[in-house]
Design a protein around this ligand. Structure first.
Ligand code: BG6
Length: 474
């Protein structure tokens, strides 16, 4: 690859600091960047290149991966980082950006390959792409050789209608094959492994359906609050932040049919079909199938309305209305400030027809389960009943466990590292297609509509969420 620049909008924000710069540094140290590359951060503050490099250095220092590197290893990376002051609504900043990029390419007739990363509120996208276009930095009709791609962060829109409008706006400036809608969960090793686990092992797939599975539970729990993202959370809330994307993508990976092949569109076709098949909630079932919560103290967080009704917790019972899953409940629970940080998928199998080894209701206790822990541990465990040693013939549940870190010690790629690399090479499998975005919004819009303005229930910090959430398990 010749000249290459990554342009980050929102370069002084939380996402850039915590995830993007450490991942771009990973691209650098693993040799995934061409020699002639630049990283250009943009932001509203008036910073020199040097001052901006210092903020990037601080971000790297605070990151678990990059933090262990010494100044000497980081210095050549920092030298390739630049800063452009750019107010998103002012065309002048985009012209400054254009000049900075031209300085980088240094040759006429050859465009720098450009990867834009929009780490900003989704509402700003139309404005940014229009201004890029006006400054000659759009994706279509390039005056020179080179590619341009754009990564846009989730949530893509705030409902179905706005997602469509957003797509139309971005589509005026970039072709579909230049647009990468990111959901970083799809870059996680353990999430990618769901497909491999299901479709490379002959013993599980025949059981992976309504005849043998009694329920699926997906939990995305975090033991911390909204951090300093009060303004973002007030605009978005947990349904849009976690359920519309991460949780429904996990559900789609668990429930999808085998793809025709491993091409990006074959895989995304199957996921899209699952999202389309999710039964939409109605006001009639909202009472028993959906619980929203807000942690105590949320309203005192910085940039949060003291009367806010924004949810920081959701527990929802879904059904997937297709041949494979008819009647199997998918229990999805996600929340901030819960008792632990853990993302886990539990597949529970049906009980044997007769139970010889204990009280008649004891199967729930030993029912077979496949437990996939996505993070912080990276494990898959198979639960089965076994005889407890002693005179009586009684069963206890035990686990056979695979741990990524034991079997594959050493570093894997972080989610953002992998997805940045995929975007650079043009692999679209783990980016969301617009039809999936829209189906996921249909699901979330139906939830909001079904709730009809019901307020989230308060829950204590570091609890399991509102007590009523257990009601969704029926
Ligand atoms: C982000 C959400 O997409 O994912 C955050 O906006 C959430 O609210 C984060 O904390 C969780 O991602 P990870 O990979 O850090 O667990």
């Amino acid at each position: 690859m010749e000249n290459f620049s990554i342009v980050i909008f929102g370069a002084t924000g939380d996402l850039a600091r915590r995830k993007l710069f450490p991942s771009v540094f990973d691209l650098f140290r693993y040799g995934h960047l061409p020699e002639e590359y630049r990283v250009i951060g943009t932001g509203r503050r008036d910073l020199s290149h040097e001052a901006f490099r210092r903020t990037v250095l601080e971000a790297l220092r605070a990151s678990p991966g990059a933090g262990g590197f010494d100044e000497e290893a980081i210095a050549p990376f920092l030298r390739r980082i630049f800063y452009v002051r750019l107010d998103i609504s002012e065309p002048e900043g985009y012209h400054r950006l254009h000049r900075e990029i031209m300085d980088a390419s240094g040759q006429s007739g050859v465009c720098t390959h450009l990867l834009y990363y929009l780490a900003v509120s989704p509402g700003l996208l139309p404005l940014i792409v229009r201004n890029l276009q006006a400054a000659g930095l759009g994706g279509k009709n390039l005056p020179c050789r080179g590619w341009r791609k754009i990564i846009v962060e989730k949530p893509f829109g705030r409902d179905l209608e706005s997602a469509r409008a957003l797509n139309a706006a971005v589509g005026e400036v970039f072709n579909e094959d230049q647009i990468f809608r990111i959901d970083h969960y799809l870059g996680k090793e353990t999430v990618q492994n769901i497909l491999v686990f299901r479709f490379s092992n002959g013993i599980f797939e025949p059981l992976w359906n309504r005849h043998y599975i009694s329920s699926v539970q997906i939990t995305i729990a975090e033991d911390f609050g909204i951090r300093d993202r009060g303004a973002f959370y007030e605009e978005v809330g947990l349904l849009r932040d976690i359920i519309q994307n991460h949780a429904l993508q996990l559900l789609a990976s668990v429930a999808m049919e085998p793809p025709v092949d491993l091409s990006a569109d074959s895989v995304r076709d199957e996921k899209s079909k699952v999202l389309r098949s999710i039964r939409r909630h109605t006001p009639a079932d909202a009472g028993t199938a959906i619980v929203l919560g807000q942690y105590e103290g949320y309203r005192e967080e910085k940039d949060v309305d003291p009367r806010s009704e924004v949810e920081t917790f959701a527990a929802i019972r879904f059904f997937v209305d297709n041949w494979r899953w008819q009647g199997v409940p998918f229990y999805v629970k996600a929340g901030k400030n819960l008792g632990e940080t853990r993302t886990r998928i539990v597949i529970t199998f049906k009980c044997p027809p007769q139970n010889f080894f204990g009280p008649s209701d004891s199967c729930g206790y030993t029912a077979n389960q496949v437990v996939m822990t996505i993070q912080p541990e990276e494990t898959i465990a198979l639960r089965f009943g076994t005889k407890r040693p002693g005179e009586a013939v009684e069963t206890d549940p035990v686990y056979m466990k695979f741990d990524y870190r034991d079997s594959f010690p050493g570093e894997g790629l972080t989610a953002y590292h992998r997805l940045l690399l995929d975007a650079i090479t043009g692999d679209r499998m783990n980016f969301i297609r617009q039809d999936s975005v829209e189906h996921a919004w249909e699901v979330v819009d139906a939830i909001r509509h079904a709730l009809d303005g019901r307020h989230p229930e308060p829950y204590p910090i570091h609890s399991d969420g509102p007590a009523s959430a257990s009601g969704i398990y029926g």
